[in-house]
Design a protein around this ligand. Structure first.
Ligand code: HEM
Length: 276
């Protein structure tokens, strides 16, 4: 990256930071969305009605991200997972998961960056997002995939890993159904980091990747409210449960500022030594 690119990047990040914090403040003062009305009118999933689930075919492109794969499985992104623009990804994740517009711009732009593509002009396929590099998002010790050195196809969840994860839930939702908590997720990440270190000779981790791992998995607690009944179809089959909608009722969606109140405690609770 040249000096000019670095300056542009720093300015864009600053603007995103200000934009995100503005959304966070507006979310405090503006009335919340009504449950049942989170996905906007005209978008797939409005009124908790999702387009039908069609499992991926052999030549469909899928990523290491369960939540993006689910969008393709329901036809919200192209079902073959190909020829997607970064701007389309931005709009669709905003509508589907009620993340703040700042996040929905920041992460696809970050992905365009590590793929060496233009956020505004280029297209990608889902599989490309699984690029394994210190500059990209995919990392070892994921909760739903074995490491790429052991299982090169990162496009499918490992059923055993997912079941182990879902079993860790100790919380209860108001209706009595099982719920994953922050300590549950920290424990699951600790165990995966300890296990992956033992089983994968090429194992690597970094502060940046650990934080991404905690951020990815913290969406299970925020967007999914930790609800195992909704996480089970999402993580096992990459499918929305019937009548699902994001649990975030903030009108400007889940900001990075607010998300950090879950991500940081999750990461601080991780202690792989307990599982060595
Ligand atoms: C904005 C575009 C997004 C991109 C480029 C992206 C990319 C990725 C990638 C590459 C991974 C694999 C990380 C690993 O090695 O574990 C991942 C994992 C994950 N992502 Fe996404 N993602 C995006 C949006 C989302 C959204 C909107 C959600 C939730 C609503 C989400 C939830 C998750 C979860 C839960 C995992 C963890 C899977 C695991 O640990 O096995 N992602 N994502």
């Amino acid at each position: 990256m040249g000096v000019l690119d670095k300056i542009i990047d720093a300015i864009v990040n600053l603007v995103v930071f200000i934009w995100d914090n503005t959304c966070a403040i507006l979310n405090v003062v503006i009335p919340k969305l009504e449950p049942g009305h989170v996905v906007p009118k005209g978008a797939p999933g409005h009124g908790q009605k999702w387009p039908p689930y069609v499992p991926p075919k052999a030549d469909d492109s899928r990523s290491a991200c369960p939540m993006l794969n689910a969008m393709a499985n329901h036809g919200i992104l192209p079902h073959d997972g190909k020829n997607i623009s970064f701007q389309e990804l931005n709009t669709k994740i905003r509508q589907t998961y009620n993340f703040a517009p700042s996040f929905c711009f920041f992460v696809p732009r970050f992905a365009a960056g590590f793929l060496n593509k233009s956020y505004f002009n280029d297209r990608f396929e889902l599989e490309e997002l699984s690029m394994h590099s210190e500059k990209a998002i995919e990392h070892d010790a994921s909760l739903t995939r074995h490491d790429v050195a052991l299982v090169p196809d990162q496009g499918k969840p490992d059923q055993r890993l997912v079941l182990d994860l879902l079993k860790t839930a100790t919380g209860k939702c108001p209706d009595g159904s099982p719920q994953m908590t922050i300590p549950d997720l920290s424990r699951a990440l600790s165990r995966r980091r300890a296990d992956a270190r033992k089983s994968n000779r090429a194992y690597s981790e970094s502060f940046f990747h650990n934080l991404f791992g905690s951020a990815n998995s913290a969406t299970m607690l925020t967007i999914f409210g930790g609800r195992i009944d909704d996480l089970k179809p999402m993580l096992m089959e990459e499918r929305f449960s019937d009548n699902w909608e994001p649990r975030i009722l903030d009108r400007f969606g889940l900001t990075m500022a607010k998300f950090n109140f879950t991500v940081i405690p999750v990461e601080r609770g991780v202690d792989p030594k307990k599982f060595q």
